[in-house]
Design a protein around this ligand. Structure first.
Ligand code: NAD
Ligand code: UDP
Length: 331
């Protein structure tokens, strides 16, 4: 299969490219390098031993997308490209709506024109809003997301639904990720956030390596066993494999799947495991709750198991080990 991977040099896209090539798919990457580096391409070629076709194009520019479809017989698309920083999206909503929505509409229109009607889209557990339960099933449906970033995910899901309603020859799979973390075991690719990280695992890595002094744990008075927030952390390689399965099993229709481990992990559990498995110290202090944070949620990933034959294989220990290996390699 010839697969166009948008945002394929980013964190999740790059790991997915590795898994797609392992299964002998042909991959074409498009990425404007807004949040990734060209060196990732060389690293992907090193890991896989394969040459990868790459376009440094911006999906907001429809003519550029069209060139890719003209030059290649594409079978399907995995659409990762987009801006993803929740906090930044609150400060710069127009930038988020414009990039995430226009690039997706351009892509879908071009796919339509070239009769490429198979797409896997990167959505997020954020579309569930605050549903009042801790275990999220796909049936919960979308609620108002708490940030412009989350709203772009809700809007794109709706655009895909409307597209399918208008033409049911499309095959659309929407994957709702929980908290992607970890890195490839080679230590060559991983998550490289710009500036000071907002998310827990990248922050833990920077504190462990001495680049940042102290991790602030946002609240230890939640109604959870140790009082700290609980999330479902999923190793990025497991997540990447979920995309391969989703494409293999893509079927007529529009389907949603949660991709998570199905297990809740607290902030303290993650920090303690990171310290223990890597034999490093992570200085932390407890501070107040972060505005907008939920106490606890995790995936019900039964649907992905039943229909895609996918489940996570890696443990929290693997996540902590691989994250630290990447951080040490990229000091
Ligand atoms: P990332 O920022 O590492 O990767 C996205 C890539 O898209 C980057 O390489 C960026 O340069 C590229 N890009 C952005 N706008 C583009 C445009 N207009 N044209 C071409 N390329 C463009 O992010 P990621 O963590 O790999 O996330 C991938 C997808 O998964 C995103 O859509 C994100 O919203 C979604 N997602 C991520 C998480 C997470 O925690 N990482 C959770 C849920 C959903
Ligand atoms: N968290 C924390 N300190 C940080 C970053 C995050 O205590 O510096 C907590 C946060 O309150 C949440 C969990 O870690 O309970 C995961 O947060 P992250 O931002 O990684 O993901 P999200 O909130 O989007 O699920």
């Amino acid at each position: 299969m010839k697969i166009l991977v948008t945002g394929g040099l980013g964190f999740i896209g790059s790991h997915t490219v590795v898994e797609l090539l392992k299964e002998n798919n042909e991959v074409i990457i498009v990425d404007n390098l807004y949040n990734s580096k060209i060196e990732v391409l060389e690293k992907l070629e090193k890991i896989t031993g394969k040459k990868i076709k790459f376009y440094k194009y911006d999906l907001v520019n429809k003519e550029e997308i069209e060139k890719i479809f003209k030059e290649n017989e594409i079978d399907s698309v995995i659409h990762f490209a987009g801006y993803k920083a929740v906090g930044e999206s609150v400060k710069k909503p127009l930038m988020y709506y414009s990039n995430n929505l226009i690039s997706t509409i351009n892509l879908l229109e071009t796919m339509n024109k070239y009769n490429v009607k198979k797409i896997v889209f990167s959505s997020s557990a954020t579309v569930y809003g605050n549903p009042g339960v801790v275990k999220y099933t796909e049936e919960l449906g979308r609620k108002d997301a708490s940030s412009p970033y989350g709203t772009t995910k809700c809007m794109i899901e709706k655009i895909l639904e409307d597209l399918y309603a208008s033409d049911n020859s499309w095959n659309i799979t929407i994957l709702r990720y929980f908290n992607p973390v970890g890195a490839h075991e080679s230590g060559l690719i991983g998550e490289e956030p710009n500036g000071i990280p907002n998310n827990l695992m990248p922050y833990v890595m920077k504190v462990a390596s001495g680049k940042l002094e102290t991790l602030s744990i946002f609240g230890n008075d939640y109604p959870t066993p140790d009082g700290t927030g609980i999330r479902d952390y999923i190793h990025v390689v497991d997540l990447a494999k979920g995309h391969v399965k989703a494409l293999e099993k893509i079927k007529e229709g529009l389907n949603y799947y949660n991709l998570g481990s199905g297990k809740g992990i607290s902030v303290l559990e993650l920090v303690n495991t990171f310290e223990k498995i890597n034999n490093v110290k992570v200085n932390y202090k407890i501070v107040g709750r972060r505005e907008g944070d939920l106490a606890e949620y995790y995936a019900d990933a039964t649907k992905a198991l039943n229909e895609l034959n996918w489940k996570t294989e890696k443990t929290l220990e693997d996540i902590c080990k691989d994250s630290w290996n990447y951080e040490k390699n990229n000091k």
